[in-house]
Write a protein that binds this ligand. Structure first.
Ligand code: FAD
Length: 444
């Protein structure tokens, strides 16, 4: 029996393992997935987690619940030695150990791309993981609670200031959703005025959302500005030291929240710790059939898909597929089919997918959709965004949970309580008075 090892159970890895479970014969191969997280993150829901429109747990698709025949290892792969068909696993608890396999699938995704800018490491937060989205929301809610107790002045202004760096998809969606949450909060905080909110989106290029054309991109900027947001185009962050933002345009201000959404960086495992071929951008070199290697030199028993792989885009000659979920899902499914076909001596297929267009949320009730020349703006696009993602999130169980939260929020509004205190769960216990000396006969 062969061992298929899947490194990373995110979008591409989850779908690969799911499909393998369905298609493999019982005695054909066993599947192992290694991931430090016990769930696949449905990243397109993170902006709505930020806004409190999707429950954090609903953006986390449990691997154990849905991959019932797969062996799951809670840990990270720190090295791939494909020549010896071995990886090193760093488990969540305990010593590192080698793990052998017959066939490798690398779907470890990308990491948040960072730049050495003063203060960013200390003060900024990413938006790629559930805990980051939850923290962004809680920080804003806590800032409102604190600002409401202060007189107007610099400290109150700092608390009501949020800055997103990076005007790509996740930055614009996160910015739009957080702005929407902040504006709805103002109605619940009579002490705070809408004009006091200071929300900044910083983008180094002259336009945002590179996936849409210039006209719709400009419309999104106008939309965000009409709602009170400040969009800084052709602006680079020079410093965020002590939470004080300095832009290349000369603008300066203090910001309570600094959210870093400046795109994908190479996964360190792929970039530095493997003998597999990697391109200059730190992505695995992958053929159109999702085998690692080149057409001339395919690597035996090694496959890859998703954000960590430079898969040729046969729909856009000369380009690699862009890092998005649309591709990761489809590549994961095809990878499983091709892997099984190769196991059985059958024919593999080349990956080809023409984009279905892009759809983004810009906050509750607002969105943008574009497919070639067709552009839909505002409420209909937002409905399309929700409709698409509730259908796309894997498993019916998730769809129903997300729909239930949307429905209750439509009737009662979203929850507006900060649970930042979960970061310090023992504080109330520790500070809750002096211990009483226990004596025989005491209860408890
Ligand atoms: C906020 C946000 C919104 C987005 N919205 C959209 C959208 O609306 N539409 C769209 O098409 N795309 C969207 N994307 C992009 C999309 O989510 C990604 O392209 C997709 O998740 C990539 O899938 P992947 O499997 O390659 O990587 P991931 O889904 O990131 O999965 C990688 C997995 O590998 C694991 N891993 C990492 N390193 C190791 C290691 N060393 N060992 C073991 N496991 C490891 C990680 O824990 C993770 O579970 C969004 C992204 C973000 C951040």
């Amino acid at each position: 029996m062969r061992t298929i090892l899947v490194v990373g159970g995110g979008y591409a890895g989850f779908y690969t393992a799911w499909k393998l479970e369905k298609k493999l014969r019982r005695d054909e191969a066993r599947v192992i997935v290694v991931d430090p997280r016990p769930y696949m993150t449905y990243q397109p829901f993170l902006p709505e987690v930020v806004a409190g429109s999707v429950e954090a747990r609903h953006a986390a698709v449990s691997l154990r619940r849905h991959l019932r025949k797969t062996k799951l290892i809670n840990g990270s792969v720190t090295k791939i030695d494909h020549a010896h068909r071995t990886v090193v696993v760093q488990p969540a608890v305990g010593e590192d150990y080698p793990l052998s396999y017959d066939i490798l699938v690398v779907t470890a995704g990308a990491v948040t791309r960072k730049f050495a800018i003063p203060g960013v490491t200390e003060h900024a937060i990413g938006m790629k993981h559930v805990e980051e989205a939850v923290a962004i929301r809680d920080r804003l809610l806590t800032a409102f609670d604190q600002a409401a107790t202060l007189e107007q002045g610099p400290e109150r202004q700092r608390l009501l200031t949020a800055t997103f760096v990076g005007g790509g998809f996740s930055g614009v969606e996160g910015f739009g959703e957080l702005l929407s949450l902040a504006q709805s909060l103002v109605k619940k905080y009579p002490e705070i005025h809408r004009e006091e909110l200071s929300f900044h989106l910083v983008e180094a290029q002259g336009r945002i959302l590179p996936e849409v054309t210039d006209g719709p991109g400009k419309w999104v900027v106008d939309q965000l500005e009409k709602r009170g947001g400040h969009v800084h185009l052709n602006a680079q962050l020079r410093s965020a030291a002590d939470g004080h933002i300095v832009l290349s345009t000369g603008d300066e201000f203090d910001s309570e929240l600094i959210v870093w959404t400046a795109g994908n960086g190479a996964n360190p495992l792929v970039d530095n710790h493997t003998d597999l071929p990697v391109n200059a951008r730190g992505q695995l070199m992958v053929r159109a059939d999702l085998r690692i290697g080149t057409d001339a030199e395919p690597i035996e028993d090694a496959w890859a898909a998703g954000d960590d792989a430079a898969v040729p885009d046969l729909a856009v000659p000369g380009a690699a597929t862009v890092p998005n979920a649309q591709h990761a899902v489809r590549q994961g499914k095809l990878l499983a089919k091709n892997l099984i076909a190769a196991l059985r001596g059958g024919r593999v297929k080349a990956y080809k997918h023409a984009s279905l267009g892009v759809v983004a949320t810009l906050g509750l009730g607002r969105g943008i959709f574009q497919w070639h020349g067709i552009v839909i703006k505002g409420f209909p696009a937002w409905l399309m965004h929700r409709g698409y993602h509730v259908l796309a999130v894997p498993t019916w169980e998730r769809k129903v949970r997300v729909l239930a939260v949307w429905t209750t929020a439509a009737v009662f509004g979203r929850d507006i309580v900060s649970l930042a205190s979960v970061q310090h769960p023992r504080r109330a216990f520790e500070t809750g008075g002096e211990p009483v000396r226990a004596s025989v006969g005491d209860r408890g």
